[in-house]
Design a protein around this ligand. Structure first.
Ligand code: PMP
Ligand code: GLN
Length: 383
């Protein structure tokens, strides 16, 4: 038989860096601070609720946009936090994690040749999703250590082909957050344009030092042109359940659902019912800012005497460390060296740029037990 001639639609994509580093960590039995996920359990109550719903027989397809009870609870949460009402019937969709929400939003809007502005370093799924849809990522680099957005550059790059701008606050991998001034700039720049904003807010509740999360939802002119994306994995320490949601004004959500229904159609039913109940306990998600701030502080204190320079983290569960005083190696090689020599895994930040600067930065996930963080810190201090 003649060999198949397959032309990948993503010829340059390798395996996700999170998978690569987690696998390397496992192979070398290293402490895995690379891929972002908690190593402590989620609430037993939540597990019990899922179980109860399964036993009750809630095991068939949920409605395409999500179970109404969960849509209602999400709507109430948003109203309480931002004093804005999203109608669960038409403006909220439960998704297979934030990843599917991002995919559906981009696919709903981006046509061949459309430009999408992306700020780098960027979470790994944005640009491949744009490219799969025939779009053109227009990258704007953010520079260490502040990783601020140059809004003048954004304004200069906008043209008739610009269809979308993707923002992410709190930001993975840098731990920076957008300010009110940033949001007002974005609002001003997009005013009177046809640009859609895709706002990745999965770390909405993981924000430190009394900073306030700046959601597109709080800015009426931005909210009117935005998809906002959230993840239950981050809220309740259940990244493996892959459930999230997207909110947007009716017209945008209509286009979104046309795609969502043909990607997954609908998401896990018993977990949605469980979340509908559990999400009513606002202390469960409002307490995670303090939980992770304590972990950040614990980790940063424990590596204070190491050779790493600490780049401040204002949110997410990631800490960037600059190793330029310790090694000349590039970040991928150095991350591999750390796994093999001291047994600590991290993410090389260059992998989240298309054209990486010569930074010597690694990302460490501190969503771990203090015992794990202490062990890792000791090893990092030994360098
Ligand atoms: N966006 C960002 C910035 C993330 O860090 C992640 C996952 N950590 C996601 C999206 C994907 O979230 P989910 O696992 O819910 O698909
Ligand atoms: N979002 C997680 C991180 O940044 C990983 C998710 C994934 O492995 N795709 O580490």
């Amino acid at each position: 038989m003649k060999g198949l001639n397959i032309e990948s639609k993503l010829p340059d994509a390798g395996t996700s860096i999170f998978t690569v580093m987690s696998k390397m960590a496992q192979e070398h039995n290293a402490i895995n601070l690379s891929q972002g996920f908690p190593d402590f359990p989620c609430s037993e109550d939540l597990v019990r609720l899922v179980n109860e719903n399964m036993v009750k027989g809630l095991n068939q397809y949920a409605p395409m946009a999500g179970v109404p009870e969960l849509g209602e609870t999400i709507s109430n949460k948003i109203e309480k936090l931002y004093e804005v009402i999203y109608d669960p019937e038409t403006e909220i969709t439960v998704t297979a994690g934030a990843t599917e929400a991002l995919y559906s939003a981009i696919s709903a809007i981006i046509h061949h040749g459309d430009e999408v502005i992306v700020f780098e370093p960027a979470y790994d799924c944005y640009t491949p999703t744009i490219e799969l849809n025939g779009g053109v990522p227009v990258r704007i680099r953010m520079n260490s250590p502040d990783f601020e957005i140059d809004w003048v550059m954004v304004e200069n790059l906008i043209n008739t082909k610009t269809k979308m701008i993707i923002i992410n606050t709190p930001h993975n991998p840098t731990g920076t957050i957008l300010s009110e001034k940033d949001m007002l700039e974005l609002q001003r720049i997009t005013d009177d344009t046809n640009i859609v904003v895709l706002s990745d807010e999965v770390y909405e509740h993981i924000i430190f030092d009394l900073n306030v999360h700046q959601s597109v939802i709080s800015y009426p002119n931005l909210a009117a042109r935005s998809f906002a994306v959230f993840s239950f994995g981050k809220l309740f320490h259940t990244t493996g359940w892959k459930l999230g949601y997207c909110v947007a004004p009716k017209e945008l959500m209509k286009a979104f659902r046309k795609v969502h229904q043909f990607i997954v159609f609908t998401c896990n039913t018993p977990i949605q019912y469980a979340l509908a109940e559990f999400l009513k306990k606002e202390e469960e998600y409002l307490s995670i800012a303090q939980l992770y701030q304590d972990k950040r502080d614990f980790f940063v204190d424990a590596i204070e005497d190491s050779g790493f320079k600490i780049i401040p983290s204002f949110g997410t569960y990631f800490q960037l460390l600059d190793y330029s005083d310790i090694s000349e190696e590039n970040d991928f090689d150095y991350a591999a060296t750390l796994i093999k020599t001291i047994g600590v895994a991290s993410i090389p930040v260059s992998s989240l740029y298309s054209d990486p600067p010569d930074n010597k930065l690694l990302r460490f996930c501190f969503a771990k037990s203090n015992e794990t963080l202490e062990k890792a810190a000791k090893k990092l201090c030994s360098l």
